[in-house]
Design a protein around this ligand. Structure first.
Ligand code: ADP
Length: 540
């Protein structure tokens, strides 16, 4: 074995002046700030719960009334669509009836030639007949010319019907009138217009339109398009059609007096649509509630973490104060005794000096732990990794520590490989690891029992381990106890800061090493091992 002993006085590492800054560093995140955060989180949580309750209540109410509500909304929207379609139909029909009149506008009836009437009828296939009437509503011209007695009778009937329509309105100045009639089971649409809008003595133009041609050209495509989109059937119903209260009825008087546009919803399709809408509302609400639940859970978890942290901090402050007080009280008591020269026996004096030394070192180690931890959490780079011999570093620490073990009558067994590969490490860091692990081994190992330190090469790593044969740490507790401020459940409430293993873990990470807790030999006690990666030799 090759261990070198450090000559430097063990008192050299006693740096009490750190204590103030260390405590400050740990307690810095003030409790009041945490409390404020907690209060904010609780308010947020309550608000979310309230929002969730409100949403659930609203959805419940909505689903209860939804059918009626959706039906009403659907009916309203369908009613608007039917009204719109009715107005489009009126516009289309009137728009189709107006142009044939333009060719005859302002031409005195007596001067209209048969050719012109023929030309108009040819241009507009929906025009079946054109009749020119005098101001007295008597026929002056008609196209095509009625030859058979039936045709003559029909033409006269049309003129009479136009006259009737004209008088029916009681507005002899009206420029434009439309009426519809069934002729031989076929719908005929008629429009009359003054020849001259300014000179009311010029007479009238009467046109007979073939409704089937107009419907096929303008109306049927619109109805088909509507039927395609709406769940039901839409039809144009004449004045003789039976009235249906369940259907939506909209008049198209401007183009077809007495006629209505009728929409009869298909209950099966309607129900299907309603179900789809209901499912959509349900899906959206469920998604919102799930999102709210997840957020609430996240906030709740955060709150619990915050709460646990505040508890840990408070416990830590109490524990550290207690831990610091014990060695300080001892140092003070023994120093006082020596100072007052109450001890004559030189052996006793030596023993007291030794106790002061041991306790001050303990104090120093504890403060170093706190300092290391606080610096690490602030991510200040702490360690300088140098390619120095790890065995020499370990040997130095053991030499410093040995008398403490001797004092306690503990047997330290060192097991080290003869030649170790280079491990980049920081001396201070390794010292802290060893002191923490040895302290635990003394505290928790068997009274007067065996403590082993191992330093071995394994594959591409070097393992530094400290083993004791005390109660060990159950597997289920190993992860928790490596966390800062965590301590064994069976310990008295104010013993230990719970930082030792956490600091070892941090230092190991700074060395790119792994920290492992397992049973020692024979499945007993605890072996705490730090596994360092070996520095790979650089190729020439
Ligand atoms: P402390 O600095 O308070 O000892 P540590 O982080 O070093 O805190 O240890 C945390 C806990 O782990 C201790 O409270 C103890 O329960 C347990 N522990 C640590 N080392 C050992 C060991 N060698 N044997 C048994 N339990 C141990």
């Amino acid at each position: 074995m090759r261990y070198t002993t450090h000559n430097a006085s063990p008192l050299g590492c006693f740096r009490l002046r750190h204590s103030d800054s260390a405590m400050h560093a740990i307690t810095a995140p003030s409790t009041s700030r945490s409390r404020l955060r907690m209060r904010t989180s609780i308010t947020l949580l309550s608000a979310m719960l309230l929002a969730m309750l409100a949403l659930a209540g609203f959805t419940f109410q909505l689903l209860k009334n939804q059918r009626h509500l959706l039906e009403q909304t659907l009916r309203e929207s369908q009613s608007q669509t039917v009204a719109l379609l009715a107005s489009r139909i009126e516009q289309a029909l009137i728009g189709a009836m107006r142009p044939p009149f333009l060719g005859l506008k302002n031409i005195p009836i007596d001067r209209v030639e048969a050719n012109r009437l023929q030309q108009i009828a040819k241009t507009y296939p929906e025009v079946r007949e054109i009749i020119l009437l005098g101001n007295d509503m008597r026929i002056r011209h008609s196209f095509p010319l009625a030859t058979t007695p039936e045709q003559i009778a029909l033409t006269h009937w049309m003129a009479d019907r136009a006259a009737l329509e004209h008088t029916k309105t009681k507005d002899s100045n009206a420029l434009w009138r439309v009426f519809a009639e069934q002729i031989d089971g076929q719908l005929a649409i008629f429009a009359i217009q003054r020849v001259n809008e300014l000179d009311h003595d010029e007479g009238w133009i009467l046109m007979h339109f073939d409704a089937s041609v107009m419907f096929a050209r303008y109306i049927d495509p619109m109805l088909q398009e509507f039927n395609h989109k709406q769940p039901g059937t839409i039809t144009l119903a004449g004045p003789d059609s039976p009235w249906d209260d369940d259907a939506l009825n909209w008049p198209v008087n401007r183009a077809l007096p007495g006629w209505t546009l009728v929409f009869k919803a298909n209950p099966a399709l309607q129900a299907e649509n309603l179900r789809r809408d209901q499912t959509l509302v349900l899906m959206i609400t469920t998604a919102v509630i799930i999102t709210l639940m997840i957020t609430t859970f996240a906030v709740w978890r955060e709150l619990m973490r915050e709460h646990a942290l505040v508890n840990l901090r408070n416990r830590f402050i109490a524990n550290v104060s207690h831990e610091l007080k014990t060695p300080l009280a001892l140092i003070r008591m023994f120093a006082e005794t020596l100072y007052l020269r109450r001890l004559a026996d030189p052996d006793k004096q030596h023993e007291y000096h030794r106790t002061i030394l041991r306790e001050s070192e303990r104090l120093s180690d504890m403060i170093d732990n706190v300092l290391n931890f606080s610096r690490q959490t602030r991510q200040t780079p702490l360690y300088q990794l140098n390619d120095i011999d790890l065995a020499t570093t370990v040997g130095g620490v053991i030499a410093d520590y040995r008398y403490r073990l001797d004092d306690m009558g503990l047997a330290l067994h060192i097991n080290c490989d003869n030649s170790l590969p280079a491990v980049a490490h920081d001396r201070g860091g390794i010292r802290q690891i060893l002191l923490n692990l040895l302290d635990n081994a003394i505290k928790f190992g068997q009274q007067g029992g065996r403590i082993e330190i191992g330093l071995h090469t394994k594959d591409d790593t070097v393992e530094l381990s400290v083993s004791d044969y005390g109660p060990g740490i159950p597997v289920s507790e190993r992860d928790r106890l490596r966390q800062p401020f965590e301590r064994g459940h069976s310990l008295p409430p104010d013993s230990g800061s719970g930082l030792g293993l956490a600091v070892v873990d941090q230092i190991a990470q700074a060395h790119n090493a792994n920290f492992l807790l397992e049973h020692a030999a024979g499945n007993q006690g605890l072996r705490a091992t730090v596994i360092f990666p070996v520095k790979q030799p650089t190729s020439p």
